[in-house]
Each structure stands twice: as structure tokens, then as C-alpha cells.
Design a protein around this ligand. Structure first.
Ligand code: SF4
Length: 257
């Protein structure tokens, strides 16, 4: 026992200092919010990026447009562009409050705003969420789960995942919503007392992800439930999820930390 206590003392405090301190270092292969520089682009003659996108997340009209609600962050478009028009940055802040705001055309990007004062009073310091895994691959669930580890300690913000929807303030949905999960999702939603929140985490929950258009899925939860927060990614990095949750609750400083 003494040995365990001694080892624990040696380990010291392991929880990330974020958001009061700097954000933890992201892995080298992390791809964050893309930057599109149209001054380098020749959309009429090239179209290499659209041809490279395996998922129809990138559209070329007069401008190159990436729908982050569909994007799998594979980086194929960036690699295919001969002029360096698309660059996936290290920017992890990507959660938005409205579906349409996931469309990236240039540098402008409107992040999620905090809930109104009444909702912040209700949820700001204690938010209980029921996670519904609606037919995904498990990656979004795994990355959300990471937030419960000692490294992130989601509980210090008063945010916890609970087993019963009756004890929850809202749902965090992952997965494309398979037909088999549709009823379960709707019943879980109905069981949550009002007022309640819905958070769609990951490309599948937002748009169906790689399963988009399949007859057995509902292309995410956005047509079934009123979504308050959209967190893009495939899967979203835990930091992106945490940033989105804190942003919604108005728990971040003005500079975004
Ligand atoms: S990173 Fe997104 S937009 Fe680019 S090719 Fe992959 S899925 Fe398509």
C-alpha cells in the first residue's frame, strides 16, 4: 500500500492544464480545420481536389468549399492539389452551433456560441449527458471516452456521462443512426426531461459519414433531433469535443481558451 501511495505521489498531477493553461500537444498526424486559399486556385481547369475526395465533402463552384459535417479529414484533397490551395491546419476548434456553419470556404468560420443565460444557469456548472452510440464504428465513442480519463478529467467541469436518460440533461450522439438504432435513439431522447440538449459528435452523427445515403442509415441524427452543437471530425479529437462542450456552456475565455 505504501509503495502504491509513494508511486502515486511521484506521478504528481497528471490532468492537462487546459483550458486555463495551454492546450495539450496534438499528435503530428492531427488534421484540424482546413484553410482554403482561393488566390492560388484555378477551379475551371484543375478540379484535382474534388476528384480526390472519396466522400463528396468537397465541392467546386466559383470557390472550393469543404463541408466539415461530411469531411473525414483524410487529407486526400490537400495532397492532390498541385497549388497548395487547401491546407489542413492544427486548429482543433471546430464545433459550431448550426449545420450550415460547417461549410468552409475561406478563413472565416463561426464557432459555436454559448447557450442563453437561462440555459447556462441550468447546465453551466452541471451537465449530465447520455451517450447514444447509434451504429458507428466506435472511434467517436473511444475519443469521447478519453475525456473521462485522468488526463482530461471531464468531471472537473461538472460534465458527466450518466447511464439513465432520466438523469440526463441531453444526449451526445455518435454514429450514422442505423435503422436498428432509430427507435432506441428517439425513445432515449423522449426519456430525457426538458429542457434538453443534443450534441452530434463526428461526421457520422452529423451527416452519416462514410455511410451517407445507405438505405439502412438515417444520415445522422440531424433530421431526427434538434441539434444544439455539431462537432466535426472522423473521429473528433478529444480536445475538439471538450472545446465544443465548454464553448456551449460559456466556460471559455474570450480568446477561445
Ligand atoms: S479531407 Fe475531407 S474534403 Fe478532403 S478529400 Fe478527405 S474527406 Fe474529402
Amino acid at each position: 500500500m505504501l509503495k502504491i501511495l509513494w508511486t502515486r505521489l511521484q506521478q504528481k498531477h497528471r490532468t492537462t492544464a487546459y483550458p486555463k493553461g495551454p492546450a495539450p500537444e496534438l499528435p503530428p498526424r492531427f488534421l484540424g480545420r482546413p484553410k482554403i486559399d482561393m488566390s492560388r486556385c484555378t477551379p475551371d481547369s484543375c478540379r484535382s481536389c474534388a476528384g480526390a475526395c472519396p466522400h463528396g465533402a468537397l465541392d467546386i463552384g466559383e470557390r472550393v468549399r469543404i463541408d466539415l459535417g461530411k469531411c473525414l479529414f483524410c487529407g486526400a484533397c490537400e495532397a492532390a492539389c498541385p497549388a497548395g490551395v487547401i491546407e489542413f491546419t492544427r486548429e482543433y476548434r471546430m464545433a459550431v452551433g448550426r449545420r450550415g456553419e460547417l461549410e468552409v470556404q475561406d478563413a472565416a468560420y463561426r464557432l459555436a456560441e454559448a447557450l442563453d443565460a437561462k440555459s447556462r444557469k441550468l447546465f453551466g456548472h452541471s451537465l449530465k449527458l447520455r451517450q447514444v452510440s447509434a451504429g458507428g464504428c466506435g472511434a467517436c465513442e473511444a475519443d469521447v471516452n478519453v475525456l473521462n480519463t485522468v488526463g482530461w478529467d471531464l468531471g472537473r467541469f461538472g460534465i458527466q456521462f450518466v447511464a439513465s436518460p432520466r438523469h440526463a440533461d441531453g444526449l451526445l450522439v455518435t454514429g450514422p443512426v442505423t435503422e436498428n438504432m432509430r427507435l432506441g435513439l428517439l425513445k432515449t431522447w423522449e426519456a430525457v426531461p426538458s429542457p434538453k440538449l443534443v450534441i452530434a459528435a463526428g461526421a457520422c452523427a452529423i451527416s452519416g459519414g462514410p455511410y451517407l445515403g445507405h438505405p439502412e442509415v438515417h444520415d445522422g441524427c440531424t433530421r431526427l433531433l434538434p441539434v444544439d452543437l455539431f462537432i466535426p471530425g472522423c473521429p473528433p479529437h478529444p480536445l475538439t469535443v471538450l472545446d465544443g462542450l465548454l464553448r456551449l456552456l460559456g466556460r471559455l475565455e474570450k480568446d477561445g481558451r
